[in-house]
Design a protein around this ligand. Structure first.
Ligand code: SF4
Ligand code: SF4
Ligand code: FES
Length: 640
């Protein structure tokens, strides 16, 4: 369709909404109720434009372009119509911008300045409504500020399909509330604070913290699960104030964040962070310097190197790809083959040659889920599953039994996705063999640890002749180095991790907190977190994601890569150059994996006997290896 917007000619596909067409020529049409992901609602009328040949103003958000259409967004008539809508929206608005968290990034402020009259003829007193209404564990509602655009209500209905939020009452008395009066609570609540075009819905964690112009913004990837949503990290005075969505991140997050990725950020400034290397002497930890830590670590490894099989390294799922690559390279240089990223329930992270992309899940006719629910392990990916089901009619089948799954699936299904948690290898093997009859099967393994797939690709798996985590613990090696893993808490009980580490002569643990595993260490190395370092990770679907540091790491901590460099120097081992590491990461990250679910190369299955899965709102998701790194928003208070 060819059309003209404010004199600019453009061509767009049939069916394009006028509001989207105008965006292409960078012509702003103000919107409140419309949102690209939610579609038109036609509620607020702020998007009025003049269309040649039409007697009345039209709403751009719900008008499809037609060939030859001539549109004027700033004609006298359009301006007058829009100014009237804004005046009506402001009639009962408290105009408390100086104390409103949205101030400086509010569409009502901006549009009132750009398109409003600057004054009002309304002389009646404004309607008073409750302020700081506690909507649930994460959100506060200011009823006076709400312009009833219903974006929040429609997000709950269309995207989350929970339909908790509703408009109660009618006319000037209408307010947003949960339908049942129960607290507003699901895994994606924080998104409504970004959707809300005014300061009606605000996050408890961000209220009264900052103005947008005081924030220093960086863009990075979330590492709180294996999805890796792009996110903005906003920092003030060296502290994280908030994290926000990246609307353009179509491939991974679809423009959303889950509440874990959004709110689980307080641990970075926890006073419980480890900030100095600790060495256990006579059963008590003493603080030491980094040089001494490297010397002690290197000396223990040098002594054990006469029998390389007595050395082991576990971890990688919390590290970057670069760190995991250097980790396996350094320990292989010592002659050991005892390398494993797996220290929890999950046994496999790479879904093999039939691996699907994150966005592809939306096109499936059937989605087969085996093991832990994706909503727990990969929340934002679960939103895509809901989209596939609710918009495209996909069926979700719980696939713990291959024969029953095939029977339930019936014939005629051409495109199906198999999502597995990689825990029970025997189940994975059966599903892989039996479900291969589906013509276009795509496979996904959603992981416990954010970079499980990357760690696997970088080589943190025991090769022939090497031991896996269970065997390393069983054999009680001379030196075990653990990086960001907590097998005492998360490994299957049969590993006997606590007893094994208690009898291992030298245990090194790189950690952010004093975990159950760190307590058993000989040497604890305080590590930096994901917002404090750069590098790449790999999503469960194989996307290479970049990390950009947003925070200064606490003094005394080091990134795992810096620890490995320090150790290599103490051992006089030459590490690959930065360029070599980057080339190796790029090459390995894109390698097609030829194996399938439950491949024998992953070793023995330990069934489901690991630490029980945790729920998002009760101590963190399963990918989080320590309770302190957990969503604690339930305890957040509404600030006075
Ligand atoms: S609370 Fe915000 S998003 Fe919800 S209806 Fe009101 S203005 Fe719109
Ligand atoms: S789905 Fe995962 S990666 Fe995305 S915001 Fe949530 S925790 Fe972060
Ligand atoms: S944005 Fe068009 S009617 Fe609300």
């Amino acid at each position: 369709m060819k059309l003209t917007v404010d004199g600019v000619e453009l061509e767009v596909p049939k069916g394009t909404l006028l509001v989207e067409a105008a965006r292409k020529v960078k012509q702003e049409i103000p919107i409140y109720c419309y949102h690209t992901k939610l579609g038109p609602a036609g509620l607020c009328r702020v998007c009025l434009v003049e269309i040649e040949g039409m007697p009345k103003l039209q709403i751009a958000c719900n008008t499809q372009v037609t060939d030859g259409m001539v549109v004027r967004t700033r004609s006298e008539k359009a301006d007058a119509g829009r100014a009237m809508v804004i005046e009506l929206l402001l009639a009962n608005h408290p105009l408390d911008c100086p104390i409103c968290d949205k101030g400086g990034e509010c569409d009502l402020q901006d549009y009132a300045m750009a398109y409003g009259r600057g004054m009002s003829d309304v002389v009646d007193p404004k309607e008073r409504k409750p302020k700081a209404v506690d909507l649930g564990p994460t959100i506060v509602l200011d009823e006076e500020r709400c312009v009833v655009c219903q974006r929040c209500v429609r997000f709950d209905d269309i995207i989350v399909r929970d339909a908790q939020l509703v408009v109660k009452d009618r006319g000037h008395r209408d307010i947003i509330a949960t339908a049942t009066g129960a607290p507003y609570r699901h895994y994606f609540t924080g998104n409504v604070t970004e959707l809300c075009p005014v300061g009606a819905l605000t996050s408890k964690t961000y209220r009264f913290k900052s103005r947008p112009w005081d924030l220093r913004r960086t863009q990075t990837s979330c590492t709180q699960c294996s999805v890796g949503c792009r996110q903005f990290v906003d920092v003030r005075y060296g502290k994280i104030m908030r994290t926000m969505t990246v609307a353009e991140d179509e491939a991974i997050s679809d423009g959303w964040l889950c509440d874990r990725g959004r709110y689980n950020i307080g641990f970075y400034e926890s006073p419980e962070r480890l900030t100095q290397p600790l060495y256990k002497s006579d059963g008590r930890f003493i603080q030491i310097g980094w040089d001494d830590a490297f010397d002690l670590w290197a000396t223990a490894l040098r002594k054990a190197a006469a029998r390389p099989a007595s050395i082991g390294a576990i971890g990688g799922g919390r590290l970057t790809n670069e760190e995991a690559y250097v980790l396996q390279h350094l320990f292989r240089s010592l002659g050991t083959k005892n390398l494993d990223w797996r220290a929890g329930r999950q046994r496999q992270a790479t879904p093999g040659a039939r691996a699907g992309s994150i966005a592809e899940i939306e096109t499936m006719q059937a989605i087969l889920i085996a093991g832990e629910e994706p909503a727990e392990l990969a929340p934002v990916f679960d939103l895509r599953i809901r989209k596939a089901v609710l918009r495209n009619g996909a069926r979700v089948i719980h696939a713990s039994d291959a024969a029953r799954t095939l029977a339930e699936l019936g014939s005629g299904v051409e495109r199906a996705a198999l999502i597995w948690d990689g825990v029970d290898l025997d189940l994975g093997r059966v599903l892989h063999e039996r479900l291969a009859v589906i013509p276009n099967l795509r496979t996904y393994i959603v992981s416990e640890q954010p970079n499980a797939r990357g760690a696997e690709a970088m080589g943190m798996l025991p090769e022939a002749g090497g031991r896996d985590t269970a065997a390393m613990l069983d054999d009680a090696l001379a030196v075990i180095s653990l990086f960001g893993v907590n097998p005492v808490r998360n490994a299957p009980a049969s590993f006997g991790a606590r007893e094994a580490l208690e009898r291992t002569p030298f245990v090194v643990v790189s950690e952010l907190f004093m975990t159950q595993t760190a307590e058993l260490a000989t040497l604890i190395l305080p590590a930096t977190g994901a917002f404090e370092k750069s590098g790449t990770t790999t999503s469960f679907a194989g996307d290479l994601l970049s990390l950009t540091p947003s925070l200064q790491a606490p003094e005394g901590t080091l990134a795992d890569l810096e620890m490995l460099v320090g150790l290599a120097r103490a051992l006089r081992i030459e590490l690959p150059s930065r360029e070599e590491v980057e080339a190796a990461v790029a090459q390995r990250a894109t390698l097609p994996a030829e194996f399938g679910f439950g491949d024998v190369r992953y070793g023995k299955s330990y069934g489901d006997e690991g630490a029980p899965p945790r729920r998002l709102f009760s101590g963190g998701g399963t990918c989080l290896h320590d309770e302190r790194i957990a969503v604690l928003v339930d305890s957040a208070e509404v600030p006075a």
